[in-house]
Design a protein around this ligand. Structure first.
Ligand SMILES: [Zn+2]
Length: 259
């Protein structure tokens, strides 16, 4: 429409028009909670009740595994898990404890085709992982096997990494590591079975060394459970020449957490 186009081009009127557009959209599709569909004030958010159920992970925490400590153990003190079984990566951080509400969000993120959920999760991850971001880093989402990606048409880790990249300025390279072996779903497997299932599932891509160019890698995943998957990706990255590797997830299992 001639008049409409003229109005949009005019700088003074563009902003009010956009606000009117947003208002109109909100009236037609009022924003709802990403978890329970209760009405909320702004899009891409949880209602207060659901938000209160999320358990953000913050200091004090294990500097290696990012596990929250009840009380501060002093600078540099590691968790018992990190001492007993040192991981192949340098640091892992997660935004929230994997509890019922986090499980519901991740479930929707994986299967529900809800891009606004990736925005919500990535905002919390950008905040929780702030010590990891830097100009020397690259984000590497945990790849799905080709057939699974084809069936689902969506890799939640890639969506999280892309959104995180927009928020942090750290670039994404989904091609550094490939998933060669098709594995069983990790859900329902014991810790040992998970490790056996995932071992050797990932390989560095043929072009990894030239693509990496000495950068630090940050592996991005939705949930870290036993860590078997991110450890397997770390080993593939090391085989391809990466030396510094961190892990950023939306949620992580915290054993003994009451949530
Ligand atoms: Zn809610």
């Amino acid at each position: 429409m001639e008049t409409g186009a003229g109005l949009v081009k005019s700088g003074a009127l563009a902003a009010p028009l956009r606000r009117f557009g947003a208002l109109l959209l909100d009236t037609l599709y009022p924003p709802v909670c990403l978890s329970c569909d209760a009405p909320v004030a702004t899009a891409d958010a949880l209602c207060t009740a659901c938000f209160m159920k999320l358990r953000a992970i913050s200091a004090p925490m294990c500097p290696v595994l990012g596990l929250p400590f009840e009380v501060s153990l002093g600078p540099g003190a590691l968790s018992a898990e990190a001492i007993a079984d040192p991981p192949p990566f340098d640091r892992a951080r997660a935004a929230v404890v994997y509890n019922d509400i986090a499980r519901a969000l991740v479930g929707k993120l994986k299967y529900g085709d809800r891009p606004e959920l990736a925005r919500f999760c990535a905002r919390l991850m950008a905040q929780a992982g702030r010590e990891l971001w830097g100009p020397d880093a690259v984000l590497v989402p945990v790849p799905l096997h080709r057939s699974r990606q084809f069936a689902r048409r969506y890799n939640q880790s890639t969506e999280l990494a892309r959104t995180l990249s927009r928020l942090t300025g750290v670039p994404v390279d989904p091609q550094l590591v490939i998933r060669g072996k098709k594995t069983k779903q990790q859900v329902g497997l014991s810790r040992d079975a998970r490790q056996r299932n995932i071992a050797g599932a990932f390989q560095p891509s043929a072009a990894m060394r030239s693509r990496l160019r000495g950068r630090r890698v940050i592996i991005v995943d939705d949930v870290v459970t036993t860590g078997a998957t991110v450890k397997a990706v770390t080993r593939a990255l090391k085989a391809g020449g990466a030396e510094r590797i961190d892990v950023m997830s939306f949620a992580r299992v915290v054993v003994g957490s009451d949530a």
